[in-house]
Design a protein around this ligand. Structure first.
Ligand SMILES: Nc1nc2c(ncn2[C@@H]2O[C@H](COP(=O)(O)OP(=O)(O)OP(=O)(O)O)[C@@H](O)[C@H]2O)c(=O)[nH]1
Ligand SMILES: [Mg+2]
Length: 345
């Protein structure tokens, strides 16, 4: 999309509606679960001879740049990115197949491993363990601006026992004062464990990120492809769009509120002229939070909605109508049923 196309689309209407009950949202609407691309071809894997493929988990503590790295490895926005820790909540797969159709990497972007305080946090850490339970290679991302913390120690302990090729990626070299020293501290946490190491800026070093991808391709075992060629992710388009809305909301909210927000796309309608009509709930935990998310005269919600719609329009390369509805689900982060309803299961 060029600059002119973009200008034409930003003026589309934005509808903002609000509500304060978890029961008055259109939860009963059926999700049209159209995949962003395609789901794994279960039982129909392409048994091409001599292909290499595998699952590669991207792990690390929160906020080190795992999702930034994934998006840049793929050149596609798969995962949300914010400056706030614990942005990624669910393991998300991003798929890369070489043009020659000889290799396929199924990356798994994982939530940051941390000391969980609630059921959501436990779910997030569980997502990391489950990603690690069946991988062919591991990428451990660390933040070279700082020496390791307890949380890095937790990650190192978990990955040390996984007997698969390990690549340690020291990230944020652009902003690190003592990257070499920091890298040595992180490497020390791995003890005698064998690993390759890379230092780069996931955000800026396009060339190095592609070199890293080549290094990952080189360690893939011989396997048939797990996903059809052309697949980009295993997420539904609804989940993916909800993540874009959550990203824009998290960026604009402070203190505990970003963590108490969830999003859920209830309905997605594609009009004949190509307009994508997306109806999304923004879930908060408290009535007080609801007021902040809406803002004076609806200003904050409008800002979130406009930014999310703009991003969706660019990423989908088409016009988008986005309707946001704020609903309150008290203590949803502690409520297993609510977590399931919100896609965290
Ligand atoms: N300076 C600098 N910042 C970076 C780099 N890579 C990522 N960041 C920033 O680090 C912050 C966290 O990035 P994410 O990609 O969301 O990190 P994450 O590890 O996925 O975080 P969680 O999902 O919360 O675990 C964002 O503000 C990014 O813009 C980098 O190479 N240099
Ligand atoms: Mg992330």
């Amino acid at each position: 999309m060029n600059e002119t196309d973009f200008d034409q689309t930003v003026n589309a209407d934005l509808n903002v509606t609000t509500s304060n009950s978890r029961f008055d949202s259109p939860e009963t609407l059926e999700l049209e679960s159209t995949e962003l691309e395609n789901l794994p071809a279960d039982g129909t894997m392409q048994a091409s001879e001599g292909t290499h493929s595998g699952f590669v988990a991207i792990v690390g503590k929160p906020n080190v740049g795992k999702s930034t790295l994934l998006n840049n490895l793929l050149g596609v926005k798969i995962s949300p990115i914010t400056s706030k820790p614990q942005t990624t909540r669910r393991g998300v797969r991003g798929i890369f197949t070489t043009l020659e159709r000889t290799h396929q990497i199924v990356f798994i972007d994982t939530p940051g491993l941390h000391k969980a305080k609630d059921a959501l946090g436990k779910y997030m850490n569980q997502e990391v363990s489950s990603a690690l339970s069946d991988v062919d290679a591991l990428v451990w991302v660390v933040d070279l601006r700082h020496p390791p913390t307890d949380e890095d120690g937790m990650v190192a302990r978990q990955i040390k026992s996984v007997p698969k090729p390990l690549i340690l990626v020291g990230n944020k070299t652009d902003a690190a004062k003592y990257p070499d020293e920091a890298m040595r501290y992180y490497a020390d946490l791995l003890g005698e464990r064998e690993f390759q190491q890379w230092m780069l800026s996931a955000q800026n070093d396009t060339f190095k990120v592609q070199e890293l991808k080549a290094a990952i391709l080189a360690v893939l075992p011989e396997n048939p492809f797990f996903f059809p060629e052309g697949s980009a992710s295993d997420q539904t388009r609804e989940f993916w769009a909800g993540e874009i809305v959550r990203e824009e909301a998290m960026k604009r909210l402070e203190e505990e509120i970003p963590y108490a927000i969830a999003t859920r796309v209830n309905h997605w309608h594609e009009r004949e002229d190509g307009l994508q009509k997306i109806f999304c709930d923004l879930v908060v935990e408290k009535v007080g939070h609801r007021a902040i998310v809406i803002g004076k005269g609806g200003s904050k919600l409008k800002e979130i909605g406009q930014a999310a719609r703009k991003q969706l329009e660019v990423l989908l390369n088409t016009k988008v109508y986005l309707e946001l509805k704020v609903i309150t689900m008290p203590r949803w982060r502690e409520d297993q049923e609510a977590l399931r309803e919100l896609g965290y299961e």
